[in-house]
Design a protein. Structure first.
Length: 404
């Protein structure tokens, strides 16, 4: 029986999304979409400066209510008070130096700053600005004061800035912003005392020092699962082939090949309660690896392949009765039949299958759509959502199995 699953850890929570006039304002659209996907009721509040960077139509289309921009044009005579009193959380993304200063000083200059002053809800600031502005003593002092008052700060990253500069000040990744919101609003602790192992990314099997056999896996789904398990209170080990930001407190083991991943997983798996094999492990590798770069002038090389180690099958053979083992299946046809066959062959508790040929699904995308096949015959379908929401669905299934 196929049943829909609704993974909504923020269901019913009212979030005010403040957007200010930084060039990074366009990234707040992705934050908005992710929050809505997780079940939040999001009200966007854009400053006048933000409207120079982004248009209100996109926010209105994606949000739970129409964009609000002014203290004076709303049908509500006191919109800032209403927003502040009804919000479960306010997130300002991006937060410019101006809004940070206004908030620190209690200066009500527009609808957003007035709402910040008119609330007792948790507030998250996501600063984004040029490096010189970020490092200015006044900005750092303002942030320190606000942090001392209990405001959560999602620090910027180092990277390419407007104008081509490189430095600290780039808005944090949407997943980092959403993870902070989840930490503040979701009910944590459902996996407290549980040990979870997650693999992420695609393995790289070398041909020569510069070439390899690989796949299109970005690792984003595995990282989303690791973040969600950590948020739920689990002790998480992440075995990864990619370099993505992970929350502090997660143990990350970097690997490249299937053999390296198998060695790391074999060390950790026997002592964990849940194993989620989200990595895309290469099925084959070259028998021989050239010591030097293969030159075009040497002619077309003959590359003989051999199977790599089947990590999931190996885990299934030695799986303790109390352990939950979850595998992934990236397919392009006959999704259900292939997933069911893999479930039986690998002795897993669940196979999370997705059709990577479908638009917006799987490798490289910010979204995914999966069907979770259980060894008990259950089949749960999760329609196209953010990978954060998919992570919640996968771990919900793991929790139900642990409880049984």
């Amino acid at each position: 029986m196929t049943a829909p699953i609704q993974a909504s850890p923020l269901a019913g929570r009212r979030i005010v999304l403040g957007v200010t006039g930084g060039i990074a304002a366009y990234k707040s659209i992705e934050v908005l979409r992710r929050l809505v996907d997780l079940g939040a009721h999001v009200v966007p509040v854009l400053t006048e400066a933000a409207l120079n960077m982004v248009g209100p139509t996109t926010f209105t289309a994606l949000a739970s209510e129409r964009v609000k921009t002014s203290l004076w044009t709303d049908t509500d005579p006191i919109p800032h008070t209403t927003l502040g009193q009804t919000a479960d959380l306010i997130v300002v993304c991006p937060a410019t130096a101006r809004i940070i200063a206004d908030y620190r000083m209690g200066r009500s200059a527009d609808l957003l700053s007035a709402t910040l002053i008119a609330t007792v809800a948790p507030v998250v600031l996501c600063p984004a600005m040029h490096t010189e502005m970020w490092e200015h003593p006044a900005v750092q002092e303002n942030l320190a004061v606000l942090a001392g008052r209990g405001v959560s700060i999602v620090p910027p990253e180092e990277g390419r800035l407007a104008g081509g500069d490189i430095g600290k000040g780039r808005l944090a990744a949407p997943e980092a912003v959403v993870a902070t919101v989840l930490d503040l609003l979701s009910a944590p602790g459902s996996l407290a005392g549980t040990r979870v192992l997650v693999t992420a990314g695609g393995t790289r099997e070398p041909i020569d020092p510069v070439r390899f056999i690989g796949n299109r896996s970005s690792g984003k789904q595995g990282y989303a699962i690791a973040r969600e398990a950590h948020r739920r209170g689990a002790s998480v080990t992440l075995v990864s082939t990619v370099d993505l930001p992970a929350p502090s407190g997660i143990e990350v083991i970097a690997v490249a090949t299937a053999a390296e991943m198998e060695a790391a997983v074999s060390r950790v798996a026997p002592r964990v309660d849940v194993v989620v094999m989200a990595a895309a492990v290469a099925d084959f590798r070259p028998v021989a690896v050239a010591d030097q770069k293969i030159k075009k002038g040497d002619g077309v090389p003959k590359i003989v392949l051999e199977p790599t180690v089947d990590i999931l099958a190996g885990l299934g053979k030695v799986k303790p009765a109390s352990q939950v083992l979850i595998g992934f299946a990236a397919e392009t046809e006959e999704l259900s039949r292939n997933a069911t066959a893999k479930l039986q062959r690998k002795n897993a508790d669940f196979i999370v299958a997705n059709d990577v040929s479908a638009p917006g699904v799987g490798f490289g995308h910010e979204t995914n759509a999966v069907t979770i096949h259980g060894a008990d015959g259950s089949v749960l379908q999760v329609d196209l959502q953010s990978k954060d929401a998919i992570a919640c669905a996968v771990l919900d299934a793991a929790e139900r199995r642990l409880q049984r």
